[in-house]
Ligand binder design. Structure first.
Ligand SMILES: Cc1ncc(COP(=O)(O)O)c(C=O)c1O
Length: 415
């Protein structure tokens, strides 16, 4: 192997040729042709309906590409809804998830035409029912907003992850809390499904299938006990990316085969997934120059122009993004490599992008390219600390690099 498996070499020349003083503090690039091909492959099935979890990457061009690929959109805030609607997506193709929906937000979403909600508390359910009655929407069965109740199960496997895993989170409610309701008490709503998602970045088909299988009976029992016909089961996201290069990746055909089994066993009409990283992570790259190199207590350190101000995820998940030097003709096989600590410019030891292998002769001014940055990159960072630049965002399509967002200096956001 001469190139990292995550690196699409067709983009290499464009990145090498891209010299722009405005982008010297780091920029993102999304490979739209590769994204299109990947999404088309995900849609080659008739088992699940696919939504895109906009939180993974809300850039206009990314949303447009998912729209063309037939994905609908899971939004978790008013800002995400505005961005999706601004791309010309009809609100009937929007699903609203998230634990912080106020009655005011629910009313605004209904007013804007959103008709599918994942409800995460008893208050949300009551408020949504009230909002529909107050806005005097047509009361025909077909016009009622579709509601899925988000369920948080507890497991014996005792694992934690950013979405909770086995720890208590604000995402949804326990079965015993939901058992206090009956669907007939909410006549303005079509309560027709359950949503469950609490495991992040799963890399094992077997483990996912096992977790999904264990969910069926508590969920169907719950539906029965509250008078719900369980038409829809939404299994969220959580399909993993091999950030650490451990050689474990999910097989999509296996997922489809497994989900066909889950669909049949649960007896639902529709099975939904809201994909974030599995849809968009691998189309994205982040490029950043090295500004200093030093030896410190026997450890080689590289200081980069930006770190967690542009890419926070490694600090909160302890999962690094893979990296490679951006150098014409680079091949790891023919290069002496060594491990470096990669630090950003912020005054916190958290600002570290990893302990990763790079050429031993790497020098100040060389550029690094990080992979899998199409998800949870630009908008999951902490860009304001120390008044650095906001990163630029580019798309690469038909061999052309096009800027979508220019880099912005601190003066653009400081008051
Ligand atoms: C409700 C919901 N759905 C889907 C996702 C996407 O998850 P992933 O990126 O693991 O696919 C998230 C991520 O936090 C989420 O909160």
């Amino acid at each position: 192997m001469t190139k990292a498996t995550w690196f699409d070499t067709s983009i290499e020349n464009s990145l090498l040729e891209h010299v722009s003083p405005e982008d010297e503090q780091g920029y993102f690039v999304y490979q739209l042709d590769a994204l299109k091909a990947h999404l088309a492959a995900l849609q080659q099935q008739d088992v699940i309906k696919l939504w895109f979890a906009v939180k993974a990457n809300p850039l206009s061009k990314i949303i447009q590409t998912l729209d063309c690929a037939g994905f609908d959109f899971d939004v978790a805030s008013a800002g995400e809804l505005t961005q999706v609607l601004a791309q010309g997506v009809d609100p009937s193709r929007v699903l609203n998830t998230g634990p912080a929906k106020s009655k005011k937000q629910l009313a605004a979403f209904i007013k804007q035409g959103v008709r599918t909600f994942v409800v995460e508390s008893l208050n949300q359910l009551t408020w949504l029912n009230e909002v529909v009655l107050e806005q005097e929407l047509s009361s025909g069965e077909a016009d009622k907003p579709k509601v899925l109740l988000r369920v948080q199960l507890q497991w014996h496997e005792g694992e934690k992850n950013p979405l909770g895993g086995n720890s208590l989170t604000p995402f949804g409610l326990s079965v015993s809390e939901w058992q206090n309701i009956h669907v007939d008490s909410y006549p303005a709503l079509a309560i027709c499904g359950l949503h469950i998602f609490q495991w992040g970045n799963m890399l094992s088909n077997e483990k996912m299938f096992s977790l999904w299988s264990q969910m069926i009976s508590p969920l169907t029992d719950l539906a029965n006990s509250i008078g719900m016909t369980l038409d829809i089961l939404d299994l969220g996201g959580g399909l993993g990316i091999d950030y650490l290069g451990v050689g474990q990746t999910l097989s999509w055909p296996r997922i489809i085969a497994d989900l066909a089994v889950i669909k049949a066993k649960s007896g639902v009409k529709e099975l939904w997934l809201e994909l974030g990283r599995f849809a968009v992570a691998e189309c994205g790259y982040y490029v950043v120059p090295v500004v200093d190199r030093k030896m410190n207590y026997d450890q080689e350190q590289l200081v980069l122009a930006a770190g967690i101000n542009h890419l926070l995820r490694p600090a909160i998940t302890e999962q690094t993004f893979p990296v490679q030097i951006l150098r014409a003709g680079f091949s790891a096989e023919n290069t002496t490599m060594q491990a470096f600590d990669l630090h950003g410019p912020l005054c916190t030891s958290m600002d570290k992008l990893g302990h990763l292998h790079l050429p031993a002769d790497i020098d100040v001014g060389d550029k690094l390219v990080f992979g899998y940055c199409g998800a949870y990159g630009f908008t999951e960072s902490m860009p304001f600390f120390l008044c650095h630049e906001l990163a630029a965002e580019y798309v690469y399509q038909d061999g052309i690099l096009t800027q979508v967002r220019a880099a912005q200096p601190a003066s653009s956001y400081l008051a």
